[in-house]
Design a protein around this ligand. Structure first.
Ligand code: NAD
Length: 447
């Protein structure tokens, strides 16, 4: 099938490449010329395990191409996917300007029947808006091509995006007629050989399903973060609570980790956007307002622990930061807790020695304004040299079993603030570390 993927970011690039991998002809379009030039040279602008090889293979076999020419992409394709960003507007609602600008281009350039697929995460009613914009453009051109607008939200996770897309738990398609339902099912059939379902529903239900999924997962995280604070007050252990409730099949274990709060390009903005929609429709969004508030507080929790230990003024102190991306196996730092933590430490006079396996370039861009306070280390161990404490912010697997003896030798003081509960407190005590984690009793050394 012939597919045009508009927007070549985390979602568009993975989605387009995976469709090509299944034998489709895919043209990926982006307005970012630099990104397209790089892709045409085989340089992949994001880190996503397995993606680079798959892109190169499909380009070589002429199933995947990259261009800034949206006209060509639209004219040559039956399916046009809109996979552009939907960042939060000033009032928290999803900003649809990129989506609607693509819709306008589709109306301008379409040359026959097209299936327009909203892949971006968009609020209820967006498919209707996309339809209207396309119709207005067709009217201007005085042509009358048929088209369908489908909602097909994406559930892939950065870090395992290829696996998620190739073998999805489910595919949700929101359609308003059987003709387009059949076409979408044909397109996705190769991805559900594992018998996982294609769930068909009406368009608004599909639009809402994506927000429901992300808001629910964010709620689980904030619930555990709230409980972790209680654990610290009463001497309970949040990991034991997780095991105790996760073993209940009605609850399950996933997304029940306490930590430094959720970040990334999706959860924060999607929670915000759903709150906005709930307000607009006069439904009380109180649960999600608390989810958001707990998360904002949680991002500063490690800094609070640092202040409890070292005092309010951190000047003259050096902190090693392990992990900068918002989660492991990605270089994405959008809304990453590390940003809030590093800025607050620097504001209080501290020096930072940071290390991340993939997000160093992204960090250098984000922290340009405070670059003189940050040293970017070549390894997690180098980041520890003469540090007064280490803060573990992202749970990359290389940080899970480090050489604690070597760490202790490198650091000025053996103090760890673990924002992801990666280490065993009793072991930390044996190695001679003071150890502060989330929702567990601290390990203090006898003075
Ligand atoms: P992104 O910012 O990485 O990529 C968006 C791309 O769209 C950019 O390359 C940008 O240059 C391009 N673009 C913008 N306007 C354009 C236009 N008019 N024509 C062509 N290209 C244009 O965003 P992303 O993370 O890929 O997210 C895209 C959408 O998918 C969002 O709505 C997001 O909420 C949703 N989503 C993201 C994830 C994720 O893990 N990142 C997962 C599921 C859903």
């Amino acid at each position: 099938m012939k597919i045009c993927m508009v927007g070549t970011g985390y979602v568009g690039l993975v989605t387009g490449t995976c469709f090509a991998e299944m034998g489709n002809d895919v043209i990926c379009v982006d307005i970012d010329k630099d990104k397209i030039d790089k892709l045409n040279k085989g340089i992949v602008p994001i880190y996503e395990p397995g993606l680079e090889d798959m892109i190169k293979r499909n380009m070589k076999e002429s199933r995947l191409s990259f261009t800034t020419d949206i006209k060509e992409g639209i004219e040559k394709s039956r399916f046009i996917f809109i996979a552009v960003g939907t960042p939060p507007d000033e009032d928290g609602s999803a900003d649809l300007k990129y989506v609607l600008s693509v819709a306008k281009d589709i109306g301008k350039y379409m040359n026959g029947y097209k299936v327009v697929v909203d892949k971006s995460t968009v609020p209820v009613g967006t498919a209707q808006k996309v339809r209207k914009v396309i119709e207005e453009e067709l009217k201007k051109r005085k042509v009358n091509y048929e088209f369908d607008v489908v909602s097909n939200p994406e559930f892939l996770k950065e870090g395992s995006a290829i696996e998620d897309f190739m073998k999805p738990d489910r595919i949700v398609i929101g359609v308003d007629n059987e003709r387009v339902a059949v076409l979408m099912e044909e397109l996705y059939d190769p991805f559900v050989k594992n018998n996982h379902p294609i769930i068909k529903m009406n368009v608004v239900s599909a639009e809402l399903t994506k927000y429901a999924a992300n808001a629910f997962l964010a709620t689980k995280i904030s619930f555990m973060n709230m409980l972790s604070r209680l654990c610290e007050k009463v001497g309970a252990d949040i990991n034991d609570i997780r095991k105790g409730i996760g073993s209940d099949s009605r609850i399950g274990y996933s997304f029940l980790y306490a930590g430094v709060g959720f970040g990334g390009s999706c959860f924060p903005k999607d929670v915000k956007a759903l709150i906005k929609t709930l307000h607009e429709k006069e439904v009380n969004p109180c649960i999600l307002e608390c989810v958001e508030k707990i998360n904002e507080e949680q991002k500063l929790l490690l800094v609070k622990k640092v202040i409890n230990y070292f005092g309010e003024n951190l000047s003259g102190l050096t902190f090693a930061i392990w992990g900068l991306s918002f989660k492991p196996r990605t270089d994405d730092m959008r809304e990453a807790p590390s940003i809030v933590i590093i800025r607050e430490l620097v504001k209080r006079g501290a020096k930072i020695q940071a290390y991340d396996p993939e997000a160093m370039n992204e960090a250098k861009r984000i922290f340009k304004d405070i670059e003189e306070h940050i040293f970017y280390a070549n390894s997690n161990y180098e980041a520890l040299k003469n540090a007064d404490a280490m803060l573990l912010v992202t749970e990359w697997s290389v940080f899970r079993k480090p050489d604690f003896t070597r760490m202790k030798k490198l650091m000025k003081r053996p103090v760890i603030f673990d924002g992801r509960n990666q280490y065993i407190p009793a072991e930390m005590k044996e190695y001679g570390f003071e150890y502060f984690s989330i929702g567990k009793p601290p390990v203090r050394l006898e003075k």
